[in-house]
Ligand binder design. Structure first.
Ligand code: AP5
Length: 229
């Protein structure tokens, strides 16, 4: 199974990609996670990427394509993969096509999670991430920590141990910039895969479990019940 998960920032791609990975035993390749790991490691790539990410802009196509090419060559990808946050430009989609053609592979399906911009802003301003495990918390999960204005602290003790933090690009102004970049640069990626008849749309405004059920139902219809052993 070779999947891509598409949708605006905060539409729930990462949340759902983890569930798909666990159910189907796929490699979960998130370009955002790879870039954040480079930033945390203080590598040359990380130093260059940080400023771009903090501004809500996109890292260069060549850099991201090289990163994904390297990751796809790792052994866990043989069982199939789900790409999350990539491709994000038409050039990346075409580059991925060339990369896969060399291995006689193709994208099987693009799952497009649809959510309105106001909901994206609500979700992302309340999102926190567990520093150690990478687990993503929703606003609702941490609402008991909110102050009188309803704001959740940017950092604090995570419910299951360790600490949580707020991503630098989850500040209100940057969220708006990311949404603009999505409309301008990533919408054409949806058109690209729709022209290849590879996109299914999912209502991402539903509760998380319902979104997961809708995705699993689509995957069962397309691929049968090939769950992870
Ligand atoms: P990246 O990390 O890919 O960020 P993104 O695409 O903006 O997506 P997010 O991670 O913000 O959101 P998501 O859709 O995964 O939502 P989540 O599941 O967390 O990229 C970050 C940056 O890296 C980019 O801006 C760019 O600079 C760079 N970059 C990355 N890839 C690149 C590429 N290919 N090319 C160039 N640059 C690249 O959910 C959000 C919140 O909502 C969570 O709190 C979650 O708990 C909650 N939630 C999820 N589903 C629901 C639901 N159904 N109901 C209620 N709450 C929900």
């Amino acid at each position: 199974m070779h999947l891509i998960i598409l949708g605006a920032p905060g539409s729930g791609k990462g949340t759902q990609a983890v569930r798909i990975k666990e159910r189907y035993g796929l490699a979960h390749i998130s370009t955002g996670d790879i870039l954040r790991a480079e930033v945390a490691a203080g590598s040359e790539l990380g130093r260059r990427a940080k400023a771009v990410m903090d501004a809500g802009q996109l890292v260069g196509d060549d850099i991201v394509l090289a990163m994904v090419g390297k990751r796809l060559a790792q052994p866990d990808c043989v069982r199939g993969w789900i790409l999350d946050g990539f491709p994000r430009t038409r050039a990346q989609a075409e580059g991925l096509g060339r990369l896969l053609a060399g291995a006689d592979l193709d994208v099987d399906l693009g799952l497009l999670i649809q959510v309105q911009p106001e909901e994206v802003i609500r979700r992302l301003s309340g999102r926190r991430v567990n520093r150690a495990s990478g687990r993503i918390y929703s606003r609702e999960e941490l609402i008991h920590l909110a102050d009188a204005t309803g704001e959740i602290p940017a950092a604090g003790a995570a419910p299951e141990g360790g600490d949580f933090y707020q991503r630098d690009d989850d500040k209100a102004d940057t969220i708006r910039d990311r949404l603009a970049v999505y409309e301008e640069q990533t919408r054409p990626v949806i058109d690209y895969y729709e022209n290849h008849d590879k996109v299914v749309r999912i209502d991402g405004a539903q509760p998380m479990e319902r979104v997961t059920d809708a995705i699993f139902s689509i995957l069962r219809d397309r691929f049968g019940s090939r769950e992870s052993a």
